[in-house]
Design a protein around this ligand. Structure first.
Ligand SMILES: [Zn+2]
Ligand SMILES: [Zn+2]
Length: 175
């Protein structure tokens, strides 16, 4: 769905859409949709700006990937509000582009007739996913020695050094 700038010039554009798995391109991201993603909200052209657009709303759904530790399926429920600002990319001068690289990361850009809702969703979903994608926070992972999934059965392999590092990491991530 294109959030049209022309339409925003007349009124706020409201959206209320559901995307089935496959409708948004998550290829190459290592994740997939495990159910519909629902998004609703509104897009508004801000008065007295150089074509700045504010898009706010809420998204909900469910993603899944392989667990980083044990390769089983890890699921990630999404339920989050967003409030985003976009500027037309042609309004940028070279100096501004440099400044934005350094500090204004929250500002997005659009070119042409508007902003694709699918693009926004893809970006927001990727931001919401945790860096460490694990099936459960205490996933024991796969034994590096015998290859057994240690959530299912334990083994007697000695991997003391690695274990210490993992438990330290775990403490940080639970922090
Ligand atoms: Zn796991
Ligand atoms: Zn083992």
């Amino acid at each position: 769905m294109l959030l049209s700038i022309k339409e925003m010039e007349v009124r706020k554009v409201r959206f209320d859409e559901t995307f089935q798995p496959g409708e948004i391109d998550f290829s190459g991201a290592g994740v997939r949709q495990s159910g519909p993603i629902h998004v609703d909200g509104e897009a508004e052209l801000l008065a007295n700006t150089d074509g700045e657009v504010r898009i706010k709303g809420h998204l909900g759904g469910k993603m899944e990937s392989e667990c980083d530790r044990c390769l089983a399926i890890a699921t990630f429920p999404l339920d989050c509000g967003f409030d985003l600002f976009y500027r037309p990319s042609e309004s940028l001068s070279v100096e501004e582009e440099v400044a934005i690289d350094e500090g204004e990361a929250e500002m997005g850009f659009y070119a042409g007739a508007g902003i694709e809702l699918e693009e926004i969703l893809r970006e927001q979903v990727m931001l919401l996913l945790p860096m460490q994608r694990v099936c459960t926070s205490d996933c024991k992972g796969i034994c590096p020695v015998c290859g057994r999934n240690r959530n299912e059965s334990s083994c007697d392999c000695r991997v003391a050094a690695a274990d210490d590092r993992w438990s330290a990491l775990r403490k940080i991530s639970q922090g």
